[in-house]
Design a protein around this ligand. Sequence first.
Ligand SMILES: [Zn+2]
Ligand SMILES: [Zn+2]
Length: 487
Amino acid sequence: MISRFGAAMPTGIARRLADHLTRADGQEDCCFVLWRPSTGAHRTSALLVEVVLPVDGERIVRGTASFTSDYFSRAAQLAAARGCGVGLIHSHPHRRGWQGLNPTDHTAEERFAAQALAITGLPLLGMTFSGADQGHSARIWQRHGRRHYEPLHAESVRVAGEQFTATFHPQLMPAPPAQATQLRTVSAWGTAVQDTLARLNVGVVGTGSVGMQIVEALARTGIGQLTLLDFDSVEHVNLDRLLHATHRDADLHRPKVDLAAETARRAATNPDFRVVPLEASLVEPEGFAAAADCDVLFSCVDRPWPRQVLNLLAYAHLIPVVDGGVRVATRNGRMRGAEWRALTAAPGRACLECHGQYDPAHVALERSGLLDDPAYIVGLATDHELRRKENVYVFSHAAAAAQLIQFITMVSAPAGIANTGAHLHHLATGTIDRDVKHCSAKCPYGGELHLLGDAAPRVTGSHPAAEKACTARHSAPVPVDSPPPER
Ligand SMILES: [Zn+2]
Ligand SMILES: [Zn+2]
């Protein structure tokens, strides 16, 4: 039984629904959709994958919209054939905001709940489209007993791809009251954007030099929840780049997520702020499930395997991934240049693989454990991308800022533009390259993996280096002369 529910759709589906449900004569309309489940640690999302429009005679519009049982059967059979669930969406043309279930809607949906489950094996999805603000509301009809079906309301309905928008259930996800601390922020982009940010669960994968700065910025900006993933400890070699890290943190080999969570709580301006730190890798099942609960993910990792997993989350699970990185070019001990990049992976935009952010051939190397084998790494050419270690604080800072700009642009759409493409900054020339390409024709992320949700191939596994790091930390004796870090 699902206990926390959400719905999500790509921009293209949202447009198709708005086109169909917005009638010139102002009357109510309806249609069916197909959906697939995407399951996280706590929340299950219904991903809308297809709109099944009515053909002649399948639905009747007379003030209110009704449909024939043939139309329902056609949609349900189609759903079953594709391994999907079926959903009914109808419009409230003049309403705005989240729509609950009035008695008429309740009866109409309840009538098809048993058949939908019997034909597709998945519960009926019910949705309402508010014509006045183009927002969506959703619920799922679960079986509680013989002929007993009850709606479970969604916490939010997300639209992702070009722009990120969301509507929220007013009781399950209330907007926090306005904060005096956020006056300057809210006066910049308005209450609507702030109310969205305040209710998002944003994942930061990797809380190293770039991730730690992103965590700080998101907490101050007023994000509702941060989910933090990292299995590394603070070491002395990090102190030149890791925001907030002290010598004592390094002496104690303090988990980076622990430091990130503590400093995020200190910086947060959202009164309902929550932070979930996980000493795990994204490629482990526990890390993956936590990431699948997020609304947006920041990729602050440099390894190919987690980047591939993030790519899958962006396209198969519809969770936009804001990726970035730094590359410093040196020769004979001198810096020749530096580049930092920021881009967003989501349906309708090119993926991390098509942007060359990881090489799929290297994923197999990492999974085999070779990338954590010092002998293997030493054998690589000194300028091999898997060996590069050069980085400095200012470049991490620049990369973090560039990633945050991607995120804010996607959510706030200044001047109506939410997608400004991938950005590559060059230090030596002071220029920025902008790339608005799409996935290649053969790319599986833009193709067969698109919106597969739980049906996507498993990409997680055991990660010996992450397990070793966590075990070592928890079995290591704490030096008696150093007090535990402040909480
Ligand atoms: Zn209605
Ligand atoms: Zn691609």
